[in-house]
Design a protein around this ligand. Sequence first.
Ligand code: 8YV
Length: 328
Amino acid sequence: MARKKPLVVVTRKLPDMVETRMRELFETRLSHEDRPLTQAELVEAVRTADVLVPTVTDRIDAGVLSQAGPNLRLIANFGNGVDNIDVDTATARGITVTNTPGVLTEDTADMTMALILAVPRRIAQGIKVIEREEWHGWSPTWMLGHRIWGKRLGIIGMGRIGQAVARRALAFGMSIHYHNRRRLPAEIEEKHEATWWESLDQMLARMDVISIHCPHTPGTYHLLSARRLKLLKKEAYVVNTARGEVLDENALARMLEAGELAGAGLDVFEHEPAVNPKLVKSDRVVLLPHMGSATIEGRIDMGEKVIINIKTFMDGHRPPDRVLPSML
Ligand code: 8YV
């Protein structure tokens, strides 16, 4: 007799191709409305599912996990960051957690580079001038931004995405600096012509652009605190395509308003989808609605990773992208 297919509950609408493949392989409960589930709906999902496929918009905390049914053995996150999941509690309850690393590296690095270019070169402001039909002709001293070439880029978190940003920034003539928990092997530093700063504070004080690429964990919450933001040069720019929580968004907004920082490019926010109104009003920022990995190719690759993780797990093997508490 054929083995019963696992019930896979997916919280959001995924690309058609991914959903079709999932339907072929598993018994599925897919999202037709494509809205974040309420905590009550999440509880209902974990009570019945064998596998839950959440996204960054679902908070799988200890409260939700405490109500998980006996069948729930795998949470296969559709996303790289797992700060939406209480991995400690899941692991303690014997629930495996997986993510989708690697496949969104290049897309996120592209978006980061776009922000590194857009803010100092005032691209969003230029677009607005045209849209509002306020352009009265070229002038030698109008709309001047700042040169990218020759500037110092400080990367916080030199993992896959940090290194992909370094590769791009190097081609734009920036010098690469990084702060990471662990220093990288010499050959990787050489490849990126990168300088390691053991002290984040010291690096911050000397950079022209700071770009955040570390995960959000209890240890990195407000890593760029009000105190640390004050260490930055007044002419510096901050770019964040990682997680809003790594940065004290209120402190950043206050500093931009007071002219204590040159500008910021943000794709992520502390309380998504809410954005600090001070930031929205500022003309020193480029703000994007968490689009870093939003390519159709990336979403299909993420879906394939989720499917491989589920399939491998259900076949009794260790899934390739298992996340353990010790990794966070
Ligand atoms: C994803 C992300 O779109 O994967 C991540 O960590 O931040 C995003 O780019 C999102 O997480 C999907 O769940």
